[in-house]
Ligand binder design. Structure first.
Ligand code: NAP
Length: 295
C-alpha cells in the first residue's frame, strides 16, 4: 500500500484565500483591515526569515502588518513596554513575539504580558486554560493546522485512537487537547515513555512533534494509520547538502500508513495560514462579531 500524501500546501492556500475574503469583508465594514504585529528581538537568522514570511503572508491576505525589530541587547522592561503599547493600539488585533528571545529576557514574563484577546500564538496561559476547559480560545497555530488536516482527511475523528509524540506547550499539549475535544482517545508520549513503538502501533492517528529526525519508524505504524509529521530539522547529508527531515521515517512510512504529510509541504504551510486565521478571529471577537464561518 502506498499512503496518500496530505497536501498541506494546497490546504493552506485555500485557507489563506478564505481568510483574505473575510478580511476584505471586515475592512469594508470597519474602515480598517485586521492588523498583526510581529516583534523580533535580535538577528537570529531563522527567526528573521519566519518574521519576513509572516509579514509577507499578512499583507498578501489584505491585513495590516506591523513589524517591530529590536536590538538583541534590548532590556526586558523596554520589550514589555512595547507589548503594552501594542496591547493598547486598536489597529493591532494580533501580537506575536517571535521566539526564542535572547537569554537575558524572561520569555514567560513577556508572553504573560500579551493581552490574551490578541494572543494569536495561543501561548498565554489564559488561552491554554480556555482550550483545556473547552471555551473559545485562540489556539496555537501548528496544532490547529494539524487538526484541520486530520479532519479534512478523516472527517469525524470520534472514537479513533490517537497518539501525540511530544508534550511541548507549543505543539504536543494543545494538540492532545484538540484531539480529546474531537472525541479521540489520546495518548501523549514523551522522552520517558516506555515502549514508544507499541504505543504508536495501537494508534489510528499519529502526530509526531519531537524534533528528532526519523524517530518514528515505518514498522511502528498501524497499517492504514494517518500520520501528521510536525518535525522539521535540517540534517547534513553524506554529500554535504542539508535536507529538511521530519520526525517520521517517510520512505518507510509511505508503504504502511494510509495517509501522511510530507516534509516539507505538510504541516509547515499550515502554521502561517492558521496565524492569519487567528488574527482574523481575534479581530472579530474584539469587535463583538461572531467568528467568521468556514475558517
Ligand atoms: P520541543 O519543545 O523540543 O519538545 C519536544 C518533545 O519531544 C518533548 O516533549 C520531548 O519530551 C519529546 N521527545 C524528545 N525526545 C523524545 C523521544 N526520544 N521519544 C519521545 N519523545 C521525545 O519541540 P517542539 O517545539 O514541540 O517542536 C517539535 C518539532 O516540531 C521540531 O522539529 C520543530 O522544529 C517542529 N515544529 C514545526 C512547526 C511547523 O510549523 N511545522 C512548528 C513548531 C514546531 P520531554 O518533554 O520528556 O523532554
Amino acid at each position: 500500500m502506498t499512503a496518500k500524501l496530505i497536501d498541506g500546501k494546497a490546504f493552506a492556500a485555500g485557507l489563506r484565500g478564505r481568510v483574505a475574503e473575510a478580511a476584505r469583508r471586515f475592512a469594508s465594514s470597519h474602515g480598517r483591515a485586521p492588523g498583526l504585529a510581529v516583534v523580533l528581538v535580535g538577528e537570529h537568522p531563522p527567526s528573521a526569515a519566519y518574521v519576513r514570511s509572516k509579514a509577507k503572508a499578512t499583507v498578501e491576505v489584505g491585513m495590516q502588518s506591523f513589524e517591530h525589530r529590536l536590538p538583541a541587547d534590548i532590556g526586558q522592561q523596554q520589550l514589555i513596554e512595547l507589548v503594552d503599547a501594542l496591547n493598547a493600539d486598536d489597529a493591532v488585533d494580533g501580537i506575536l513575539v517571535q521566539l526564542p528571545l535572547p537569554r537575558h529576557i524572561d520569555e514567560q514574563a513577556v508572553l504573560l504580558r500579551v493581552d490574551p484577546a490578541k494572543d494569536v500564538d495561543g501561548f498565554h496561559p489564559m488561552n491554554a486554560g480556555r482550550l483545556a476547559v473547552g471555551l473559545d480560545a485562540l489556539v496555537p497555530c501548528t496544532p490547529l493546522g494539524c487538526l484541520m488536516l486530520l479532519q479534512d482527511e478523516l472527517g469525524d475523528l470520534s472514537g479513533l485512537d490517537a497518539i501525540v509524540v511530544g508534550r511541548s506547550n507549543i505543539v504536543g499539549k494543545p494538540m492532545a487537547q484538540l484531539l480529546v475535544q474531537a472525541n479521540c482517545t489520546v495518548t501523549v508520549a514523551h522522552s520517558r515513555t516506555r515502549d514508544l513503538p507499541s504505543a504508536v502501533r495501537r494508534s489510528d492517528i499519529v502526530v509526531a512533534a519531537v524534533g528528532r529526525p526519523e524517530l518514528v519508524r515505518g514498522d511502528w505504524l498501524k497499517p492504514g494509520a494517518t500520520v501528521i509529521d510536525v518535525g522539521q530539522e535540517r540534517v547534513e547529508q553524506p554529500d554535504g547538502t542539508r535536507k529538511l527531515l521530519g520526525d517520521v521515517a517517510f520512505d518507510e512510512a509511505i508503504d504502511i500508513a494510509g495517509a501522511i504529510t510530507p516534509v516539507p509541504g505538510g504541516v509547515g504551510p499550515m502554521t502561517i495560514a492558521c496565524l492569519l486565521r487567528n488574527t482574523l478571529v481575534a479581530a472579530h471577537r474584539r469587535s463583538g462579531l461572531p467568528d467568521p464561518e468556514d475558517l
